[in-house]
Design a protein around this ligand. Structure first.
Ligand code: IPM
Ligand code: MG
Length: 398
C-alpha cells in the first residue's frame, strides 16, 4: 500500500514542478508574430494520415492558386512536411517524431490534415495525440472555431482553451492499482487569462455584446472555479461587453434550443468542454466535416480540419470520396490570420456558394457522390469566376 502511495506522490510532485515551470514560461510571454514583417512567410503543409493527405492536397492547390503572386515574389513559401503519419509515429513511439517537429518549428504557420489518435485496444501503441502534442509544443493556446447557420440566425465563435484543462496531462494520469486510476486537470491563471482575454477582445472589436463562459464550476471547484473567477475579473475590463456564465450541461442543451440558439455569440471554455460543444455546434452546421479550426499561439499558428483521419475510409478504398471542405475552410482561416483578408473572404464566399447555396456537386463519402477532387475543382472554378462576389451577394440574399 505504502509503496503505491509513495510512487503516486513522486509522480504528482514531478507534474506539479513541470506545471509551475510552464507557468513561469507563460509569465515571460512572447510577443505576437507580426506576419507583415516576415519575408517569406513560411507555410508548412502537413498531410497527416488516413484521409489527411487526400484532402490536404486539395487545400494546398487552392492556397497555391490564391498565393501565386506572393510565391513568385518571394513573400510566401510553401513547405510540405512529411512523416506525421501514424505508421511513422508508432515506429519511433512519439506523438510527433523529433525530425518532424524540427521541420514544423521552422515554419511560421501550418495547415494540418487529421492525424490518427491511438486509443487503448486498437492496433497502434497508445501514444499521445499528435494534435495535443503540437498544441502544447507550439503553445497554441487558443482553439478558435466559427460556426454559422444563417437560416437559424446562428453566428457563433468559440474560443476553446487548447493547452491545459483535461488535456495537458491527459497521457500522464496514474493507474495506482488494479482498482484505482487518477487523471489530472490543470487550470492556470495565465492560461485562463490569455484565452478569456482573446474572447473578450474579439467581442469588443467586432461590436458583439455577448460572451458566454462555459464551465462546471459548481462541481469542479478548483480548476473550473478558477477559470470562472478569472472571467469575472477580465469582464470588468470590458464594460461594453455583456457576459454570462453557463454550466456545460445546460449550455449543451441550449445550443439546440431554437428559442435560444441565436442569442449566443461568443463562447469561451476550458479545453474538454470546448472540445465537446464545438463538435455539437459543427453538427448543427451540417457535420464536423464542415467546420474549420484555428489553433492560435503568439508565435506559431496551426489550422486544421476539425474531423478525424477516418482510417476506415482508406481501408475500404473510399479515401478519394472524403470531403475536403473542412481543411479548405481551415485554409481560409489561415489566409485571414496571416493578413490575406480579402483572399480569405473570396475563399469563404466560394465555399458558401458550393456548400450552402448552389450545391452543384454533392459528396456522400462513397461512390454514390462526387470525389474530393471533383468537389475541390468545383470550389476552384467558383473561386476563379470573375462574378464571384456578385454571385455570392445575390445568393446569400435569397
Ligand atoms: C479536436 C479533436 C482532438 C481534440 C483529438 C483528435 C485529440 O477532437 O481537435 O477537437 O480532442 O482536441
Ligand atoms: Mg474534438
Amino acid at each position: 500500500m505504502n509503496e503505491k502511495v509513495e510512487k503516486a506522490k513522486d509522480h504528482f510532485a514531478k507534474l506539479v514542478e513541470e506545471q509551475l515551470e510552464r507557468v513561469e514560461r507563460m509569465k515571460k510571454g512572447a510577443d505576437w508574430t507580426d506576419y507583415s514583417k516576415l519575408k517569406p512567410i513560411i507555410i508548412g503543409l502537413v498531410g497527416g494520415d488516413g484521409i489527411g493527405p487526400f484532402i490536404t492536397k486539395h487545400a494546398q492547390a487552392i492556397l497555391e492558386f490564391l498565393l501565386k503572386d506572393e510565391v513568385d515574389s518571394g513573400a510566401v513559401e510553401f513547405r510540405v512536411i512529411e512523416g506525421l503519419t501514424i505508421e511513422n509515429r508508432a515506429k519511433v513511439m512519439k506523438a510527433i517524431p523529433d525530425d518532424v517537429l524540427v521541420e514544423i518549428k521552422k515554419c511560421h504557420v501550418l495547415l494540418k490534415g487529421p492525424t490518427t489518435t491511438p486509443r487503448k485496444g486498437d492496433k497502434w501503441p497508445n501514444i499521445e495525440s499528435a494534435n495535443v502534442t503540437m498544441r502544447r509544443e507550439l503553445d497554441l493556446f487558443a482553439n478558435v472555431r466559427p460556426v454559422k447557420v444563417p437560416e437559424l440566425g446562428i453566428d457563433w465563435m468559440f474560443f476553446r482553451e487548447n493547452t491545459e484543462g483535461a488535456y495537458v496531462l491527459g497521457s500522464r494520469g496514474i493507474n495506482i492499482s488494479e482498482d484505482l486510476s487518477i487523471d489530472f486537470k490543470v487550470i492556470t491563471k495565465q492560461g485562463s487569462d490569455r484565452i478569456i482575454r482573446l474572447a473578450f477582445d474579439y467581442a469588443a472589436k467586432n461590436n458583439i455584446n455577448r460572451v458566454s463562459v462555459v464551465t462546471k464550476a459548481n462541481v469542479v471547484k478548483a480548476t473550473d472555479g478558477r477559470f470562472l473567477a478569472m472571467a469575472e475579473e477580465i469582464a470588468k475590463e470590458y464594460p461594453q461587453v455583456k457576459w454570462d456564465d453557463w454550466y456545460i450541461d445546460i449550455a449543451t442543451a441550449k445550443l439546440i434550443d431554437p428559442a435560444r440558439q441565436s442569442d449566443f455569440k461568443v463562447f469561451v471554455a476550458p479545453n474538454l468542454y470546448g472540445d465537446i460543444i464545438t463538435d455539437e455546434a459543427a453538427q448543427i452546421q451540417g457535420g464536423v466535416g464542415t467546420a474549420g479550426s484555428a489553433n492560435i499561439g503568439k508565435k506559431y499558428s496551426m489550422f486544421e480540419a476539425i474531423h478525424g483521419s477516418a482510417p476506415r475510409m482508406v481501408e475500404e478504398g473510399r479515401a478519394q470520396f472524403a470531403d475536403p471542405s473542412s481543411i479548405i475552410k481551415a485554409a481560409a482561416l489561415l489566409l485571414n490570420h496571416i493578413g490575406f483578408v480579402d483572399k480569405a473572404k473570396q475563399l469563404e464566399m466560394a465555399l458558401d456558394i458550393c456548400a450552402t447555396y448552389e450545391k452543384k456537386v454533392v459528396l456522400t463519402g462513397r461512390d454514390t457522390g462526387a470525389t474530393g477532387e471533383e468537389y475541390a475543382k468545383y470550389i476552384m472554378d467558383t473561386l476563379q469566376d470573375p462574378e464571384l462576389k456578385n454571385k455570392f451577394e445575390k445568393l446569400s440574399k435569397i
